[in-house]
Write a protein that binds this ligand. Structure first.
Ligand code: ADP
Ligand code: ZN
Ligand code: ZN
Length: 677
């Protein structure tokens, strides 16, 4: 007699399939039986845990294997809709991650832990902002460019990816709103993904104000209970619009009609630990399976998306002009090699800033480093403060009076003496946001200044409160990291100073120059209308970039030919090197307390990774060879065929835990890595 078995996804890092016995009582005539997507309670080792019934075919083991019975069925109907369960299985396969952990990642805490649904909980009260008529203001009349793009977006039906490339302020969000309105009118749901929690409130506000539908956000800043509430509201169809960060791509939509990925180039869409998925890519797959359209929006699309557009796989739509007809300002390069700097700021920059502020302008100073200074240096012997656990220098945070490692988070008091020679002349070298803040506060005490970085924005609600003060122009000087470079629409910002671009030019990663191009374009795009000339006219905004590398080829290319020019050059280079988007990568990382163990593991893995179409490089130390006390080594897998790489990984990854050294290391696989660190 054959056993009645089902595969269950259980939350464990093991790659095996777990089959359980279905007791007769659960499959008799009075019982609809077990349907994929239902949660069950099962024995697992010495514990009892919650798992989800899968669709996977059951493979019976040889005689003698003892299957444990399912103890309890927790759902009367599948908690996870079939299409979502399939998406999660695909995600697990593609990113080589155990299915049980993928399912767990997609479920908010209470549901993961087995909280039963109350019979009528599908009819929950709408959590979110309900419909609110907009007072007086209707939607704006679209510009010609917007109209053309909207017609293209509305053409056709079913699945299709549109890459909407438009400069900041060109009205991309307005087009998302128009497409979303259509969906809501058909009683369909819309998913809007954005890269940062900080961007969700303003987008949420715009969708809520425009659409007569319930809108909610979904991100890691919410409590697990809030997330569960929203999760169920999406599942019941009550919530129509979700504005969320990457994990929202796994919400159980009842009737999804459109996915928008805003700032699609942003690498925050790639999760960097655990399940290393790219939310944009998962979103596209989801849309394809459901037959619904996707809009990817950005001023600076990723090379991946641009290559897809050039190959005709995506529809490429462009908005070249700002809605308010103000020109996108030209970047002025300031060669600081021969200039004296005060805390990293040159006199010409300070003078232009001063003139701008005096004429009523609002200014942003961009420095992509938090803290006071990235290096604490001994003037006597040249010693620098380094982290005990990582291969990096510690950053001086003067306001908190400590040295902080930005890699592992370890901190220590600022030493009074040099760790090497005992000298007392310890100097901060280089600058971070705090230092620029101090320098500008001293220079311009008459204007309100605020710093925007992750240290300053710890408190919930702080960001929203400060953004309001930026909008009302109470804040005149903004000093900040890339947090400010993303997506925000600051209508009155008239001056952007890029304190130092050079760090971005010399990143070790193969995507460093692409990121530099995106970041500089995004930051300078924040400068809008210039200050008034007095006669009702406005001058164009002003962007000044300080650099010691004015001749750097990539920087020159960007300044002369814009992001488009830089992209063409980078695509050609990537093609030559077989790098994405002209090749596919996966990274097998291993770390251990001692480097030899990590290396040994990869040496054991390497012979398994044999395929004619996949090149395996390494083992080699990671660019950051030691982090949080662990030595990091990796193997880089490279192929021109995504299929060949996938097949190889699918065959080999489940075997890695069986390797002799596997227990001495931590290992992980990263498919389509965002960087090679
Ligand atoms: P993007 O998303 O490309 O940065 P937005 O859609 O946010 O651009 O538009 C920038 C600003 O212009 C917003 O304040 C928006 O309300 C406004 N806007 C957009 N389209 C129009 C239009 N056709 N007429 C007038 N204002 C518009
Ligand atoms: Zn010293
Ligand atoms: Zn450290």
């Amino acid at each position: 007699m054959s056993l009645n078995l089902v595969a269950v996804g259980v939350d464990t890092p093991l790659y095996r399939q777990f089959d359980y016995l279905v007791p007769n009582s659960m499959s008799d005539g009075a019982n609809p039986g077990l349907v994929p997507g239902m949660r069950v309670r099962v024995p697992f080792g010495r514990r009892r845990i919650v798992g989800v019934v899968l669709e996977k075919p059951r493979r019976e083991r040889g005689a003698g294997h003892v299957y444990k019975p399912i103890e309890e069925v927790l759902d009367a109907e599948p908690l996870l809709p079939g299409d979502l369960l399939q998406l999660l299985c695909w995600t697990a396969d593609y990113y080589q991650h155990p299915i049980g952990e993928v399912i767990a990642a997609a479920l908010p805490g209470p549901l993961r832990q087995g909280t039963k649904l109350r019979p009528r909980s599908a009819k929950m009260a709408a959590t979110s902002r309900a419909a609110r008529p907009e007072l007086g203001e209707g939607p704006p009349r679209l510009t010609e460019e917007q109209n053309a793009a909207l017609n293209a977006l509305a053409a056709g039906s079913g699945f299709g990816v549109s890459l909407l490339q438009g400069v900041t302020g060109s009205g991309k969000t307005e087009l998302y709103l128009r497409r979303a309105e259509d969906c809501v009118a058909r009683d369909e749901q819309v998913l809007v993904l954005c890269p940062e929690i900080g961007l969700t409130p303003q987008l949420l506000e715009r969708f809520a104000a425009r659409l007569g539908a319930s809108v909610a956000s979904y991100h890691s800043g919410m409590t697990e209970a809030e997330r569960a509430h929203t999760w169920l509201g999406v599942r019941s169809g009550e919530i129509k619009i979700i504005v969320g960060t990457r994990s929202a791509v796994f919400l159980p939509f009842a009737r999804l009609g459109l996915i928008v990925v805003d700032e699609e180039h942003d690498t925050s869409f790639k999760q960097q630990e655990g399940l290393r998925y790219h939310a944009r890519d998962v979103a596209i797959l989801r849309a394809q399976k459901l037959g619904v359209p996707v809009i990817l929006g950005s001023a600076t699309p990723s090379l991946e998306s641009l290559a897809n557009a050039q190959a005709g796989r995506y529809r490429h739509l462009r908005l070249m002009q700002r809605v308010n007809a103000s020109a996108v300002p030209k970047v002025q390069v300031l060669d600081i090699r021969a200039l004296e700097l005060t805390h990293g700021l040159s006199e010409p920059l300070l003078e232009r800033l001063s003139a701008n502020l005096e004429s009523g302008g609002q200014a942003l100073l961009f420095i992509n480093r938090r803290g006071y200074a990235p290096v604490l240096w001994c003037g006597t012997c040249g010693w620098t403060a380094v982290c005990r656990h990582c291969d990096v220098r510690m950053t001086l945070h003067r306001s908190r009076r400590l040295l902080l490692c930005h890699q592992c988070g370890s901190e220590k008091p600022v030493p009074a003496r040099c760790g090497e020679c005992g000298g007392t002349e310890l100097l901060p070298v280089g600058e971070g946001t705090e230092r620029i803040e101090d320098a500008l506060t001293a220079r311009f005490p008459q204007y309100r200044l605020e710093r925007f970085d992750s240290d300053r924005m710890r408190k919930r609600g702080e960001w929203t409160r400060l953004l309001a003060d930026v909008r009302s122009k109470k804040i005149r000087i903004l000093v900040g990291t890339q947090m400010l470079a993303k997506g925000h629409d600051f209508a009155d910002l008239s001056f952007v100073g890029i304190v130092n671009a050079d760090q971005a030019l010399f990143g070790a990663d193969f995507r460093a120059i692409e990121r530099m191009g995106q970041l500089l374009t995004q930051v300078s795009g924040r400068a809008g209308r210039g200050p008034s000339t007095g006669s009702g006219q406005t001058r164009p905004g002003e962007v000044i970039l300080q650099t010691r590398e004015p001749q750097h080829a990539a920087l020159q290319k960007l300044l002369r030919e814009g992001y488009d020019g830089l992209v063409q050059q980078l695509l050609a280079e990537r093609k030559g090197a077989g790098l994405p988007p002209h090749g596919y990568l996966a990274l097998l990382r291993a770390d251990a307390l001692q480097e030899p163990a990590a290396k040994q593991f990869l040496f054991e893995a390497k012979p398994l990774l044999k395929s004619e179409r996949v090149t395996v490089l390494g083992p080699a130390p990671a660019p950051m060879a030691r982090r949080a006390g662990r030595c990091r080594v990796h193997l880089l897998l490279q192929s021109t065929s995504r299929g060949a790489l996938q097949k190889l990984l699918t065959d080999v990854v489940p075997m890695l835990d069986e390797l002799p050294t596997a227990r001495k290391v931590r290992w992980s696989i990263d498919v389509d890595p965002a960087d090679l660190f």
